[in-house]
Design a protein around this ligand. Sequence first.
Ligand SMILES: [Zn+2]
Length: 277
Amino acid sequence: MYFCIRDDDTNFFTTPDDLEHAYGEISRWGPVSLAIIPFCRPGTNRAVPEHVRDRLSIHPLHKNRSLVEYLRDGIAQGRFEAMLHGFHHDEEHGKPEFAEGSDLARRVMDGRKYLEDLLGASIRVFVPPHNTIGRQGLRALARVGLHLGGVAGLRGGWPLTSLKTWLLWSRLYHWRKSGGLGIPWILDLKDHYEIAGNAVTPRSSLQRNEMIFDHALTKDGVFCAATHYWELDMPSLESGALTVGEQLRKLIARAQSDSRVTWRSVGEIVSTGIPKV
Ligand SMILES: [Zn+2]
């Protein structure tokens, strides 16, 4: 089975200390895949400092020189992977950036090129802001050969006229019906792949994530922990005294102690030859 860590929201306001505090140690054990915002517009994004929240100003990543250097070094050392997390992340109209819109293809193309040039890295995965994507967004990322961090599903743009859509839908339906948790497979939508994220947040349950992890193990599949560096110190609502970061470390400990588990970056797992359904 494969294990990976996806972290969303690295942006102009992120400091190297934020990432070092969250992943300094962890990223020396295995790669952490960062979903990065190229031109952050604060809006409702809880990752930005409170004093800029709700603003509609735009903050390009390259203006934070120390962060860019930190990311370039970390990526070169294999500690981090860069993924694309929207273009602005938040919009003036308040709806999720990639839910709909006529210029999503341009945003995906320009955002990817900007990050690749700035960070000296190739980008393989797109993570939609607010975990929301629609038909146009899905087409935009497939057109440039990116894969999806997350599962779009019927509401998020899977083509309703495609046989593949219904085969996948049926497989997931039967998996759930038989008590299966999470989505232990990389999904093959023909023009791109999708990898489900398992939320590790204040609202998530460690016990449930451990069960999903075990189900993925029985399928020799994949478990992707999806979290945010900015909430790792927060207490979990369901798991008593554990912080979000402690939950994450428990899952990492499982991955490290089981010889059947291989820890890789999200992009490597999605784009290499592991079996897809
Ligand atoms: Zn985000």
